[in-house]
Design a protein around this ligand. Structure first.
Ligand code: PGA
Length: 255
């Protein structure tokens, strides 16, 4: 069985290296002595904190990037390539997060080239997809997920699928404290698996993990992760509190 995956997306936090140092102290304390047999834990801090993270040599927590640029190297002021993330210690990268779509105008074409760059560099990808509240109300969830997956995965061969995790993050649940029911999540998971099986094969899909993301807390981890048998979770706000973050990881590991 493939391990489950718990990802903490710290977004643009914390503000200073001192605060990040304190965060890492707490994360070390929470993971010490715990054995996550069935679960991989990944933290995605801002890239300026990569070195500080790696200096701790935490054996149970891996490093991930929140985003990459699709070009390999060159005159792209302000950007960081997938290869740079990888050579600076990242093992994973998030791509297609709804905040990137909303604030930076990322569309499926951009997500597709970023995903290709991530896979080419040897990073594992966490591809975020999900419908808006409006789209859910008008029963468009399945067609939105299909369009997002087809376009984001265009030109990516079956040999790469084991390095791709799909995170189902309904936009209306991200940062809102609203969460879907277990049944709604299970339904989305079945839709995603079907689309992926059509694009690749049933066998390939078995190796792809499907996470839930959007307002995950320890109090609802059972409902949004364990009950719909998700392969893990992508966690925003609660990942800033190591006690809660690791509590969710323990619940998923035991579930
Ligand atoms: P949230 O964020 O857990 O704060 O809703 C989730 C995400 O942005 O991936």
């Amino acid at each position: 069985m493939r391990k489950k995956l718990i990802v903490g997306n710290l977004k643009m936090n914390p503000l200073t290296p001192t605060e990040f140092g304190r965060y890492l102290d707490m994360l070390e304390r929470e993971t010490n002595g715990k054995n996550f047999e069935k679960t991989e834990i990944v933290v995605c801090p801002p890239a300026v904190y990569f070195r500080q993270f790696l200096e701790r040599k935490m054996k149970d927590v891996k490093l991930g990037a929140q985003d990459v640029y699709w070009e390999y190297q060159g005159a792209y002021t302000g950007e960081i390539s997938a290869g740079m993330m990888k050579s600076n210690g990242a093992e994973y990268s998030i791509v297609g997060h709804s905040e990137r779509r909303k604030y930076f105008g990322e569309n499926e074409e951009i997500i597709n080239v970023k995903l290709k760059a991530i896979l080419k560099s040897g990073l594992n990808a966490i591809l975020c997809i999900g419908e808006s509240g409006e789209e859910r109300k008008s029963n468009e969830t399945a067609s939105v997920l299909k369009k997002q997956l087809e376009k984001s995965l265009a030109g990516i061969g079956i040999g790469k699928t084991e390095y791709i995790t799909v995170a189902y993050e309904p936009i209306w649940a991200v940062g809102t404290d609203k969460v879907p029911s277990s049944d709604e999540i299970l339904e989305a998971k079945i839709i995603i698996k079907k689309i992926l099986a059509e694009l690749y094969s049933r066998k390939a899909v078995e190796k792809m993990r499907i996470l839930y993301g959007g307002s995950v807390k320890s109090s609802c981890a059972g409902q949004v992760c364990v009950d719909p048998a998700m392969d893990g979770a992508l966690i925003g706000r609660e990942s800033l509190t190591p006690y809660e973050f690791i509590k969710i990881a323990s619940l998923v590991d035991g579930g």
